[in-house]
Design a protein around this ligand. Structure first.
Ligand code: GGG
Length: 336
């Protein structure tokens, strides 16, 4: 029986449209290969360009479009990130931001055996943007609740159990930010008690940053608050070849948006040299979340085979290939 999904597609700004155009043909190749899968793409506007053209960075039609689809692929937006991706995450209650960082074959990396998943709380902390600004000073509230802490901890432990991972590290700054991080830690401890087969440890965020650089293989699943997760996931990307290699999923109870960890990279936008792998692996995460394990596996296998064969690499990975050359090599490997 044919399985059909409507996928909201938000190309956004900067390199966003370039990595999205490279990724959709790969999904079409997977559809062709599977034979019993159908993906309908619904393109929606959001970001800096949408604001210029329509007066709003996140038009109501886009929000409704995302809500009406089965899943969403989001590339990147520019200066309007706080008007687009943060409201999308909060309004749709996409509470878990799942950011894997893994070493792929033939990619120049700082670290060798890294295969970790960072689970970032995605709805509160400073990203709730509660505060105010006066002319030369400002205040922002770091909001941390038991409810959000407990459910992100549970998400991390469930992910660890599902993926057969051995350790969860809870990352905090409770030695100084005790008003907030004591709550986060207490919730993590309470959840950890229900998963005796998974090792649980706690680490102060600054120690974690150092240890990620010096001994990254130590880490398996990290769970942390929104801002620490944002920063540490770029650090983790730096270990495995950079932001062009790290996908993510913003996941809620029944909705999800998949986006590369990178931003709109205005410095290279329009040159056709952006690394499409983070976007392609985000599409793989989307297929997994939709329950299409075989299709997801085909995407990852295509990436693996292409890299093992000595793929044409984009400049961020030390090569001189264009976005389309790398993406097309992956597409052809999927179809083979
Ligand atoms: N550092 C990579 C980058 O620019 N990512 C886009 C971004 O910051 N998005 C907002 C977020 O993830 O909270």
């Amino acid at each position: 029986m044919m399985r059909r999904y409507r996928i909201a597609v938000i190309p956004g700004d900067g390199i966003g449209p370039e990595v999205m155009s490279a990724t959709l043909p790969i999904l079409e190749a997977v559809v062709e290969k599977c034979g019993d899968l159908d993906l309908e793409f619904v393109t929606l506007q959001a970001g800096d360009r949408a604001k210029e053209e329509l007066g709003e960075a996140l038009p109501k039609e886009t929000l409704m479009g995302v809500e009406s689809c089965d899943a969403c692929l989001f590339a990147a937006v520019g200066r309007t990130a706080s008007e687009v991706i943060l409201p999308l995450r909060q309004r749709l209650d996409l509470y878990a931001n799942v950011r894997p960082a893994k070493v792929y074959p033939n990619i120049p990396t700082l670290a060798k055996g890294v295969d970790l998943v960072l689970v970032r709380e995605n709805t509160e902390d400073l990203y709730r943007r509660v505060g105010f600004r006066e002319r030369d000073w400002g205040v922002a509230l770091r909001i941390i609740t038991w409810r959000a802490s407990e459910r992100i901890a549970r998400y991390a432990f469930e992910l660890a159990r599902r993926e057969g991972r051995r350790r969860v590290t809870s990352v905090h700054k409770a030695n100084v930010l005790d008003f907030t991080d004591d709550i986060f830690l207490e919730a993590c401890r309470r959840v950890a008690d229900g998963y005796p087969e998974i090792e649980y440890e706690e680490m102060i965020v600054d120690t974690c940053a150092m240890k990620l650089v010096m001994n990254p293989e130590h880490f398996d699943v990290l769970v942390t608050t929104n801002i620490f997760g944002d920063i540490l996931s770029d650090l983790a990307a730096g270990l495995v070849g950079g932001l062009g290699m790290t996908p993510s999923g913003n996941i809620g109870e029944s909705r999800a948006i998949f986006e590369p960890v990178h931003g709109s990279a205005p410095d290279i936008a329009g040159k056709g040299i952006a690394n499409p792998i983070a976007m392609i692996l985000s599409a793989k995460m989307m297929l997994e979340w939709l329950g299409e394990a075989d299709a997801a596996h085909q995407v990852e296998r295509g990436v693996m085979r292409t890299l093992r064969e000595g793929a044409p690499l984009t400049p961020d990975l030390g090569g001189s290939a264009k976005t389309w050359e790398l993406a097309d090599a992956i597409r052809r490997n999927i179809l083979e």
